[in-house]
Design a protein around this ligand. Sequence first.
Ligand code: AMP
Length: 193
Amino acid sequence: MKNIVLFGPPGAGKGTQSAHIVQNFGLIHLSTGDIFRDNIKGGTDLGNLAKGFMDRGELVPDEVTIQMLESEASKRTGKGYIFDGFPRTPAQAVALDSFLASKGQQIDAMIALEVPEAELRTRLAGRAETSGRPDDANPDVIQNRIDVYHSETAPVAEHYRSQNKYKGVDGLGGIEEIFERIAVVVAALSETA
Ligand code: AMP
């Protein structure tokens, strides 16, 4: 059982790399952003609540996000999880640790995609043309998401660093090239299982 947090600022490539990790290592993908977007499409109460925060580039409140994540994780069990876009606050990280501990599990590594900010802006602007995401289309919202990442999410790295689980990976280059770097980290985890 391997549980991995895939971490990085908006536009770092978390979604793209998660798909590769799932394909190659058979982990279960849990993306809070995807789950919120599914709820918005489905017109659920949770979707209606999340939409305003997402459209502004703000975080959905912790309580709502944590409860949703735990309920999705409980529905899907397997070889371990790849958490994508979660935890995004220290409170979410603490909640995730205790949720996993209650199942006799833990986070094995935080894989952090490291990408310079100018490149993030270029990628998000490019993605806006195909993603259909309103939060990619507006430069002010993109800026807010980057600011929120620095103020609220970046401290989550310290949470895992203090547990010796932080693994930084260069997030610049081709998709396959970046995946190879991630795969080395994941494979090393499997060896120490
Ligand atoms: P993402 O698809 O990961 O870029 O997330 C899109 C948006 O969903 C974010 O800008 C937040 O508004 C919301 N969101 C996703 N994950 C979380 C989370 N862990 N905590 C709070 N809000 C989140």
